[in-house]
Design a protein around this ligand. Structure first.
Ligand code: ATP
Ligand code: MG
Length: 396
């Protein structure tokens, strides 16, 4: 089975591209499910057909689903939620606020993604295509599993024993209600499911993440940032889709500047995402709505390519700590030698090796460190970062 996740900044065309890809996969004969995890659904607008919260047939081999986040929260979290509400209430927090606090931001999407795991286990589809929420939300969500597992490992197994023991004696000496076994069981089940989902999402044989963007400054910046963090958390991106590119036939002077800008940003896209496949789609003269428009978009995007294939075997960027220094390692398989130049501007790093240029966004841990040099060895460029003098002094 293949899972294809489409993510990108708001409004760039994620839903249209997901829907188009799903139609193409279905027409190639794969049993395909396209689902949106973004609580603001618009898949049904793209297909111009109603889509329910259960797989709804849309075309031969094709089903669509707009997940109902409230139902997913109810199914996965209600036991814990009820406990948290009583806990907050015991601290004097009022009903409505307590209800709100008991649902962490991003949970609706997290539980929606758990559906992937369910369908994977059932083996009901050959391809699952996920129309994700805008990048920020997706990223937060993708590292949620790590956070939850950290808390679970550190906190819950021990706690549970203690709490069970305490409850056997005197619950009333505590001013807070203690979690029941059922609450622990729900947490454990959830923890297990999230782990299984994460395993599916980081397996490049199953999952590819595809970044959708428009050739514009701010969109490009956000997408670079997303790419860095996806890499950091071990997710495999295999393609960048540049949508809404003004076609040559637009000769109106009004758009001349736009076209020049787009050309420049297309070059930057090439310098930003390493060896990922680069697919482009033009800006159509109308919205992408309905099967015909989606089919057209898919053909322009993929041509004769099969969209379910793994488009690039990119090796993720790695960050390792040795002593006080951090090393950022990137794979540059086609470069053997050349002068290495590093140029940092805020949290952006421009790397030049001979004629090759890579434009990266540094994660928080590196953004405050100085790049101190780099070496190239067997296709891996390792860049060394050290704390700034200021930081050293502060820590001394
Ligand atoms: N290549 C294109 N040419 C013309 N219109 C397009 C193109 N791609 C998408 N659109 C239109 O742009 C609008 C936004 O697209 P879409 O809903 O797919 O973006 P999105 O990234 O899913 O947005 P959101 O972040 O709000 O979910 C839609 O009206 C869609 O029909
Ligand atoms: Mg959308």
């Amino acid at each position: 089975m293949r899972v294809l996740l489409y993510t990108g900044k708001g409004g760039v065309g994620k839903t249209s591209v997901s829907a188009a890809t799903a139609l193409k996969a279905a027409e190639l004969g794969y049993r395909t499910l396209v689902m949106s995890t973004d609580p603001a659904h618009s898949l049904s607008d793209s297909f111009a057909q109603p889509i329910g919260s259960e797989p709804t047939p849309l075309a031969p081999n094709l089903w669509g689903m707009e997940i109902d986040p409230f139902r997913e929260i109810e199914n996965n979290w209600s036991t814990v939620k009820d406990y948290l509400v009583t806990l907050f209430a015991s601290q004097g927090i009022k009903d409505i606020v307590a209800e709100e606090l008991s649902i962490l931001p991003g949970m609706d999407e997290l539980f929606s993604l758990l559906k992937i795991r369910q369908f994977y286990e059932q083996g009901a589809y050959d391809v699952i295509i996920v129309d994700c929420a805008p990048t920020g939300a997706t990223l937060r969500l993708l590292h949620f599993p790590e956070m939850i597992s950290w808390y679970m490992r550190r906190f819950f197994p021990v706690q549970r024993k203690i709490v069970t023991t305490i409850r056997r004696f005197r619950e009333e000496i505590f001013s807070v209600p203690l979690p029941t076994d059922e609450v622990y069981e729900t947490m454990e089940r959830l923890y297990k499911r999230i782990g299984e989902m994460k395993a599916i999402l980081v397996d490049p044989d199953i999952t590819s993440i595809r970044l959708v963007l428009n050739p514009e400054k701010m969109v490009l910046e956000e997408t670079r940032r997303a790419f860095t963090y996806l890499n950091l958390f071990g997710f495999v991106c295999d393609a960048v889709i540049v949508n809404k590119v003004l076609p040559e036939e637009v000769t109106d002077r009004y758009f001349a500047e736009w076209k020049a800008l787009q050309r420049r940003y297309l070059e930057e896209v090439q310098a930003s995402f390493g060896d990922l496949a680069l697919l482009t789609v033009r800006f159509y003269d109308r919205e992408v709505v309905g099967l015909d428009a989606l089919r057209q978009m898919a053909n322009d995007l993929y041509g004769d390519r099969n969209p379910t294939e793994l488009f690039a075997k990119s090796k993720p960027i790695r960050i390792v700590k040795r002593g006080k220094d951090y090393w950022m390692e990137l794979h540059l398989p086609f470069v053997s030698k050349g002068d290495i130049q590093l140029h940092r501007k805020g949290d952006e790093l421009i790397v030049r090796v001979g004629t090759l240029k890579r434009h990266l966004v540094l994660p928080h841990i590196l953004a405050k460190q100085e790049p101190k040099g780099a070496k190239l060895d067997r296709g891996v460029l390792a860049i060394r970062f050290s704390p700034t003098e200021e930081d050293e002094q502060r820590n001394a």
